[in-house]
Design a protein. Structure first.
Ligand code: FAD
Length: 537
């Protein structure tokens, strides 16, 4: 199998133009091209006057050695890497011990799935509800101002990314191609095939719900168990080794291998782990606001005359600005054609985030515009970042006027330093609703200063970005975990053997794909350790 990269074709080329283009590029007859698949397809938005699709193709030809020889000096023609997933272990049929997986977000799902596929019959404990019931509770906050602290945007089957844009890309290093395994399993569970090859795949909220159910069914069919509304409230540690967990019901579950795939919002669980002496440390994260523009403005700025072309879909952006006060301001979790959502898991606090459907056809584009902060900004130990987040989220609740309304301000007013009193041409999408005013006290002064400098600077990349009527909604605080449950090379906690901190909450992932990848990595470590402990490695 060969891999051909950087094959460019006009945007609106017919589907059957690929084979002759490949053959032409390789200087062979079409008849000698035996087979090919598109591994990746992207486009370069910087050249918006002449957009082309850029393909990476995996292919077989009649005489592979001859082609390789002829293109020995061409880095765009090479043997294709093997991206298929191979299991590192298999549990013997009579294997008794079972691992526990706490949390059923993308990390917990993939940890449990891969453990189940290797025959280890994991037991998953998830504090929230199954995804359909959870959906009703989540809408309860958005429509009726009612928060269920155990079943919401952060907690429940599918984890934090279930009500999201479902972006499935990441910049992590992935030498073992675990990301491919994640995407392949998603396709098996009902995601569109295109996620395997488009450069920035996304699936949107509705599809994620069905996919999560499918993956649950597969884990169960392989002997795994998934228990909902089972919050882990304590860990049983004996002589530096995990021996099990305690549930809110008081029930104890014994196991010498426990994966903690908690997500970044399990604040009570982090506090419990800290009180039990599990090693953790504060880590940097970011805080800011959501910004909303008309999607048409972003499309025009990014795609020029191709704006609105259905082959390209709604345009996205990624922006960074290094402010004079030393802070970095960047766009986070950009959701084209989506909505801003209420994402708190705690009463009387306001947190924003973004979501969309697969079609991405809502009127507004939204993104977090966030400022990087470090533990020096919130001194006080591993849990100090949580206290810092809580303070900002509580303040936002007050500024929003209660009822989970979010405080908001027009960009023009924010930059000029005056409160907003009236909406302009951009209708904010945040539900339950926004309260216009002054966001300058919603974040520390250094963050406000950096954002006031960054938003006009982003105008250089996206014309109209600092338009007066664009809406800022606050606050965006759950950008990543404020702490790290540090682990060693063996994926186990630095001071509790058999405990495997994983995914975003532990500080080892940021986003759905990387959380899934970390779940696979940890499942492999668990499987190998379990076999070794049982003397069957
Ligand atoms: P989580 O998904 O947070 O899962 C953790 C699970 O653990 C939760 O279900 C929780 O209920 C459970 N849990 C916590 N404590 C306990 C306990 N004590 N006992 C039992 N269970 C417990 N990322 C992207 O890549 N693309 C996007 O488009 C995107 N959009 C997003 C939109 C929104 C609104 C939000 C909130 C997030 C979005 N993200 C997105 C981020 C992404 O969802 C997370 O990075 C990802 O879900 C992290 O996966 P995880 O499995 O590590 O943690």
């Amino acid at each position: 199998m060969l891999r051909l990269t950087e094959l460019r074709l006009p945007l609106e080329h017919p589907a059957d133009a690929l084979a002759p283009a490949i053959a032409r590029r390789l200087g062979i007859d079409v008849a000698d091209l035996l087979d090919f698949t598109v591994f990746k397809r992207s486009y370069d938005a910087r050249k918006s006057d002449a957009l082309t699709f850029i393909y990476t193709i995996d292919l077989s030809v009649r005489d592979e050695a001859a082609v390789l020889k002829r293109f020995a000096d061409d880095r765009h023609v090479a043997p294709a890497p093997d991206v298929r997933y191979s299991f590192v272990a298999h549990a013997p049929a009579d294997f008794g011990p079972r691992p526990l997986v706490v949390g059923f977000g993308p990390c917990g799902i993939f940890a449990a799935l891969v453990l189940a596929q290797m025959g280890f019959r994991p037991i998953v404990l998830e504090r929230g509800k199954a995804v359909r019931e959870r959906t009703q509770d989540t809408w309860g906050l958005w429509r009726r101002h009612e928060l269920n602290p155990e079943s919401n945007v952060q907690f429940g089957e599918g984890g934090a990314g279930t009500f999201s844009d479902g972006k499935l890309y990441s910049q992590i290093k992935d030498p073992k191609h675990y990301g491919r395994k994640v995407l392949t399993e998603f396709v098996k569970a009902g995601a569109p095939e295109e996620i395997l090859y488009v450069s920035k795949p996304h699936i949107g909220t509705f599809r994620l719900v069905g996919m999560v159910e499918q993956m649950r069914a597969e884990i169960e069919s392989l002997g795994g168990e998934i228990r909902f509304q089972q919050r882990v409230t304590d860990v049983l540690i004996e002589d530096g080794h995990i021996r099990g967990v305690v549930l809110a019901s008081g029930e104890q579950l014994r196991s010498d291998h426990v994966v903690l795939a908690l997500g970044h919002s399990a604040r009570d669980t982090f506090e419990m782990l800290h009180s039990r002496g599990v090693f953790m440390e504060a880590k940097p994260f970011s805080v800011g606001f959501r910004i909303e523009h008309p999607q048409s403005l972003i499309d025009k700025a990014r795609l020029g005359k191709y704006a609105g072309n259905p082959l390209l879909g709604a345009a996205d952006y990624k922006l960074v600005h290094h402010a004079k006060n030393g802070r970095s301001v960047y766009s986070f979790c950009m959701c084209p054609g989506g909505t801003v959502v209420a994402a708190t898991s705690e009463p009387n606090r306001v947190v924003t985030n973004g979501m969309s459907q697969y079609s991405r056809n809502e009127r507004n584009a939204n993104a977090g515009i966030v400022v990087g902060i470090t533990p020096e900004d919130y001194p006080g130990g591993p849990l100090a970042g949580i206290a810092f987040q809580r303070e900002l989220e509580s303040r936002a609740f007050v500024l929003g006027g209660g009822g989970y309304n979010a405080p908001a301000q027009l960009v023009g007013d924010f930059i000029a330093g005056r409160p907003s009193t009236r909406l302009g041409s951009v209708e904010p999408s945040y539900k339950p609703g926004v309260t216009l005013g002054d966001l300058s006290t919603a974040l520390p002064a250094y963050a406000i200063e950096a954002m006031r400098e960054a938003i006009p600077a982003f105008e250089r990349q996206i014309r109209g970005f600092s338009m007066h009527d664009a809406v800022l909604t606050g606050v965006e605080t759950r950008t990543s975990s404020p702490l790290r449950l540090t682990r060693g090379e063996d994926c186990q906690s630095l001071n509790v053997k058999g405990l495997y901190p994983a995914g975003e909450g532990a500080g080892y992932a940021g986003g759905i794909l990387s959380a899934g990848v970390d779940g696979i990595r940890v499942a492999e470590a668990v499987a190998q350790q379990m076999l070794a402990d049982a003397g069957r490695g």
